[in-house]
Design a binder for this molecule. Structure first.
Ligand code: LLP
Length: 385
């Protein structure tokens, strides 16, 4: 995807930087809109990328916002998302965060425990408000993804378990400042097959049925996010097959006509439009391994170190066929600071530009200041001259 023109446009830009392909983002957003039935409510989860320009494009395209911190609620608000389009999830919301969201009158809190229900009730009462709440349910459905990003199993810290439902309903009767408006589910992220979503639908049907039998026909059913992207083929599969994804829900989710469906998609929106562009500082040839040492490191993109995640790596300065294997590493004094082992690249030398692909989700937002590194720079395709 990188052309000679890109290389010329990148010259003089301080590396490392995140490069966002705005055309691809717009194409992806258009694909979601085309594939999703009109009546689906789709919230973009800010946690994958809360870059203001990207958020504004997502908001302009008509999507809502899913936040997991008070600062994300603030950011969504600043970027023009309407309070009625903002949901707030998270297993440990602080009083200050809850108060802020109550003041902004957001659409809904996704609540993860009985203790949290009690606290939200108290804080809402002190403001003379009623907080709209969806119960985040732990459905015990395996997402078959990396264990760090599996969230819907009983062993995970998230959500309310079915054995607590009776207690929750009894508790809600004593909480006049809570208005129960829905059920929320999210089983994990980077889910590579549609089967877990089908299994989720079946669990949602059972759980929804249980609540209806108890007299709670709740107007909102939020099935979360989790749709994975193809990290191995970012060019041939630059836009996810949203149609196949939504078809699973159309086919298997059995809701009552008054119930609205909500999603919280994230990686599938922004994953492929971002690339981390870095410069080769040194080549170091060992007895068995060649190292390409970059000026980017795990503080700009932690996914390979944290989840052993694969990102495609390309030498965009040398268009010849990849022929030499390199361990592509950063300068941090940890062996985990490695973007890829034995990566086949075109012959690589000092000063070459290296693209680490599919870094638009959970890249820039997870940057840290370890080793006193500064925030990564950002370059947008539509601002290149
Ligand atoms: N809704 C909830 C409640 C979530 O916890 C998440 C992601 C999403 C929606 C969006 O999921 P997505 O559509 O992006 O799969 N840092 C990790 C991923 C963490 C995911 C956290 N929750 C990574 O780099 O893979």
């Amino acid at each position: 995807m990188f052309t000679k023109q890109h290389i010329a446009q990148f010259s003089g830009k301080e590396t490392p930087f995140y490069f966002y392909d705005i055309d691809l983002l717009k194409k992806t957003l258009a694909a979601v809109k085309k594939a999703a039935p009109k009546e689906y409510h789709i919230h973009y989860a800010l946690k994958a990328n809360s870059n203001i320009k990207i958020l504004e494009l997502i908001r302009e395209a008509g999507f809502g916002a899913d936040c997991v911190s008070g600062n994300e609620v603030k950011r969504a608000h600043q970027c023009g998302f309407k309070p009625n389009d903002i949901v707030f999830a998270g297993v440990g919301k602080s009083d200050a965060e809850i108060n802020f969201a109550l003041e902004k009158d957001i659409f809904c809190f996704n609540v993860e425990s009985k203790a949290e229900l009690t606290v939200i009730n108290e804080l809402a009462a002190s403001k003379n408000k009623r907080a709209r709440v969806a119960l985040r349910i732990n459905p015990n459905v395996d997402a078959h993804t990396h264990k760090y990003i599996t969230t819907g199993l009983e062993e995970n810290k998230f959500g309310i378990n079915p054995y607590e439902f009776d207690d929750v309903l009894a508790l809600l009767k004593q909480l006049p400042n809570i208005e129960l408006i829905g059920l929320h589910f999210h089983i994990g992220s980077q889910i590579g097959s549609l089967t877990p979503f089908k299994n989720l639908c079946q669990r949602v049907n059972e759980i929804n049925h249980w609540f209806i039998e108890k007299g709670y026909l709740l107007p909102n059913i939020n099935v979360g996010g989790g749709l994975g992207i193809n990290y191995h083929q970012p060019d041939s599969e630059s836009v996810v097959d949203f149609e196949a994804f939504f078809n699973v829900f159309k086919q298997f989710l059995e809701l009552k006509p008054t119930q609205q469906v909500h999603f919280e998609l994230d990686r599938a929106f922004v994953g492929q439009c971002g690339n981390l562009i870095s410069k080769v500082l040194y080549i170091k040839n060992g007895l068995t391994t060649n190292f390409a040492i970059l000026d980017a490191n795990m503080t700009e993109l932690i996914r390979p170190a944290l989840y052993q995640a694969y990102h495609k790596i390309e030498n965009i300065s040398n268009a010849s066929e990849p022929s030499i294997k390199y361990d592509v590493v950063g300068p941090i004094c940890e062996s985990s600071d490695c973007f890829g082992k034995a990566v086949l690249l075109a012959e690589t030398k000092r000063g070459d530009l290296i693209a680490i692909r599919s870094a638009g989700a959970y890249g820039e937002v997870m940057a840290s200041h370890y080793n006193l590194r500064t925030d990564p720079n950002v370059v947008y395709s539509d601002e290149l001259k």
